[in-house]
Design a protein. Structure first.
Length: 759
């Protein structure tokens, strides 16, 4: 050994397991002629290196800069060590419970190397739909326990053949310790059935499925995180049949195309969107439609956008190589239930919808829906954070204890915390039925297991009737922390931005239980971690019929009109009154005046719904927020004008709705184009809240504004408020890591509980 030989020990933490980290270290060591060892231990990856001083420095630099794409180093500690005179560099046996403190990788789309092999007729894995390596393939969805080793995954049923085993054992091979490694000879297989469970004999089930799709059939396809229901997106009849069988009347359907060029046939793709589409997370990306385009109008009716994605499993690539513009790939479930993951369950629940089933025998242990993102105002915005991103934690700016936060009700997620990490679960769904509630419980138990977290604190929503609240209250021997919904929204935004309070929080959404028992949703809060003060809100109006008013926005319209003009508002010439029976309107007015089943709400989401109905966009909806969404879609963004607004000043400012309603009604009666009215309404909301923020800044000396809540899925409101607030020299923080909708509140709940319990 050379006389200038030095030695160092490196301790590395983060996502460094199952992502090709040790082979990377091994190759780096041979590049720089470094001797020593690398091992997984209970405190992360430990590396001992010996070599020339310059080489050691290069090694450490490359380690930080060139680490594998799926790894995420959160901490590197380097200590001087004693030269032991190693003769080689080797990968040592794992020490202890190796994966306990290291993080698990999410599921990863097939990598370019595997893709080349997949379509290379000379490769032994040619067209093998389960090809993978250390850089790609299933992870989170096939793990049942830690450490992440093959016997703890659903690959345990498949014994590797000699060739696969040799790859697995060779540190120089890109399949070294790739836990799901497999081939045609030893791995999982595909099979095709009809909906009577009769096996369709075929040499090539994927090709056969492609033919059936071409003929207009609906095929249920087992994927990575669950089943999809697929049809040819260019076949209008097939798309309509799928919609009617699935009872999914109008909600947009996700589509998948083989490459960006195919997507460009029907949608505009900006460079940032292309990057998102191609990222290994492979989310559904919301893209502006091209007009005209070759796809069925029923894919995404009355919507300016398509939700499109690229293939992420080898199976998808093979299927889409059969010349489709796009396939509809919507979640394999019945309306709002969780998606099917196992074959039996799929046959049971989907045989009324699908004509054929393309299944395989690699089990999915934890379902994970496709993630949905949109690029707005210069950032990625999550509408659903799930497959491909879970279980990568949100890295916090402080250490917190072990906490479970149960989330809300719609678009529910849960959150578990440990040290600097907040692990938000995949999308669980709307917690309104038994099946989803069971999935919610299963997710909590599974995450506790694989993350090794045993929470002693549980955070939950204030709403007494949410299933998530009831779950929390049933738990024994834990401290329970109730958290207000809109408070949680704002703290969630602060947490992902690694900021502590106080901030001015604009918390805008459809519904959330207020501290006074009313339904809040158009709130400005002053938020200081575990505390908040209500600084302003929309005036309360009744929601006639409660839940029914969410499904029938015309009821909200009646309520706002009643609020503005009194009970005889029917004299106005509005499209609404031509479509809804007089007697029904009268009945609603009576409910309002007699306060029968009419909880009060200050929700901005409902206000959007009500305005949509007043303008004549729609009176009833098929999914929550549909009317508000269509109001956004029709807005003429070049519109300059706005409506008057005012508020009553006080300890808590109260925003009047009458001036805005009057302005809208006048325009409707004057025959102004609805797209102009919508534009003016959006401008009004932006102007109103930025002006209110200035007043609140003066009163409280705060300059930071956090934007959170489902309303910020509206791109016009999000971009408009960011721009306007920045012009007024506010510091604006928004969501780019977790959803702004209720999928993000579990994070806020956890952080509020952490703050509340640390004092
Ligand atoms: Zn690969
Ligand atoms: Zn094999
Ligand atoms: Fe919300």
């Amino acid at each position: 050994m050379a006389y200038d030989c030095v030695a160092k020990t490196l301790n590395i933490n983060g996502i460094v397991q199952g992502v090709g980290f040790r082979p990377f270290v091994y190759q780096l060591a041979s590049k720089y002629e470094i001797k020593g060892s690398v091992a997984n231990t209970s405190s992360g990856v430990v590396i001992h290196i010996e070599g020339a001083k310059d080489n050691i420095e290069s090694f450490c630099r490359d380690l930080a800069e060139k680490s594998p794409p799926l790894s995420h180093i959160t901490e590197t500690l380097i200590h001087p060590a004693i030269v032991k005179g190693f003769k080689e560099f080797f990968i040592a046996q794992s020490i202890g419970q190796s994966a306990c403190s290291t993080l698990i990788s999410p599921d990863v789309s097939i990598c370019d190397d595997c893709l080349k092999e997949l379509f290379n007729p000379d490769d032994r894995r040619f067209h093998y739909p389960f090809i993978n390596c250390t850089n790609c393939g299933p992870r989170y969805t096939i793990i049942s326990d830690i450490p992440y080793d093959r016997p703890k995954t659903s690959m345990k049923h498949f014994k590797m053949c000699k060739m696969c085993q040799a790859e697995y054992d060779d540190p120089g091979n890109r399949r070294f310790h790739a836990q799901p490694n497999a081939c045609e000879k030893c791995g999982p297989h595909i099979d095709l059935f009809d909906n009577k469970r009769k096996r369709i004999a075929s040499q090539n089930p994927i090709e056969k499925a492609a033919q059936l799709l071409k003929q207009g059939y609906i095929v249920a396809i087992k994927g990575l995180g669950g089943f999809h229901l697929a049809v040819d997106a260019a076949n209008n009849d097939a798309v309509c049949t799928l919609r009617s069988r699935k009872h999914r009347e109008e909600k947009p359907l996700a589509i998948m195309s083989c490459d960006i060029e195919h997507i460009r046939k029907y949608a505009h793709v900006k460079p940032e969107e292309e990057e998102l589409l191609k990222s290994f997370h492979r989310p559904i990306v919301i893209l502006k439609k091209k007009k005209p385009n070759p796809l069925s109008k029923e894919v995404s009716p009355r919507n300016r956008y398509f939700g499109a994605m690229l293939p992420y499993t080898p199976l998808h690539y093979i299927l889409l190589s059969h010349d489709f513009n796009a396939l509809v790939m919507t979640s394999g479930n019945i309306s709002e239930e969780p998606i099917c993951i196992d074959n039996e369950d799929a046959f049971k629940r989907l045989s009324e919808i699908a004509d054929y089933f393309l299944v395989h025998n690699r089990d999915i242990y934890l379902r994970s829906d496709d993630s949905i993102v949109k690029h707005t105002a210069g950032q990625t915005r999550f509408m659903r954070r799930s497959r491909g991103y879970i279980p990568v934690p949100v890295f916090l700016n402080k250490k917190v204890g072990q906490i479970l936060a149960c989330g809300g009700e719609l678009k529910s997620t849960v959150c578990l915390t440990k040290e600097n990490n907040a692990f938000i679960s995949q999308h669980i769904g709307d917690l309104e039925n038994q099946a989803t509630y069971e999935f919610f419980q299963l997710t909590i138990n599974h995450m506790k297991q694989i993350l090794d977290i045993n929470p002693k604190i549980i955070a939950h929503d204030l709403h007494p009737d949410y299933l998530s609240t009831r779950y929390a209250l049933e738990q024994e021997d834990v401290k329970k922390v109730p958290v207000q919904h809109h408070h949680a929204h704002i703290v969630s935004c602060m947490a992902e931005n690694r900021l502590d309070g106080p901030v001015i929080g604009l918390s805008f959404d459809g519904t959330g239980y207020g501290t006074d028992g009313s339904m809040w949703g158009g709130e400005i809060l002053i938020v200081e971690d575990s505390e908040f003060k209500r600084a302003a809100h929309l005036s309360y109006v009744p929601m006639p019929g409660g839940e029914a008013a969410i499904k029938q926005p015309w009821r909200m319209a009646a309520s706002y009109l009643c609020d503005a003009f009194g009970e005889d508002f029917a004299g106005y010439n509005l499209p609404l009154f031509g479509q809804i029976d007089d007697s029904k309107v009268k009945f609603i007015v009576e409910m309002i005046s007699k306060k029968i089943n009419s909880p009060l709400t200050s929700s901005l989401g409902r206000f959007f719904d009500g305005i949509a109905a007043i303008i004549g966009i729609r009176n009833t909806v098929f999914f929550e927020g549909q009317a508000a969404m269509e109001l956004e879609m029709m807005s003429d963004e070049k519109t300059k004008g706005s409506y008057n607004f005012e508020w009553a000043s006080g300890e808590t400012h109260r925003i009047f709705l009458k001036p805005i309603i009057s302005g809208v009604v006048n325009d409707v009666e004057a025959g102004v184009n609805p797209s102009i009215i919508s534009g003016k309404f959006h401008n009004t909301i932006i102007a109103l809240f930025s002006e209110l923020c200035e007043v609140i800044r003066k009163e409280n000396g705060l300059n930071r504004v956090a934007l959170s809540g489902g309303v910020f899925q509206n791109s016009i409101i999000l971009s408009g408020l960011i721009k306007e607030l920045k012009q007024r020299e506010f510091q604006v923080i928004t969501h780019s890591l977790v959803p702004t909708n209720d999928g993000g509140i579990s994070l806020g709940q956890a952080m509020i509980a952490a703050a509340a319990c640390s004092v």
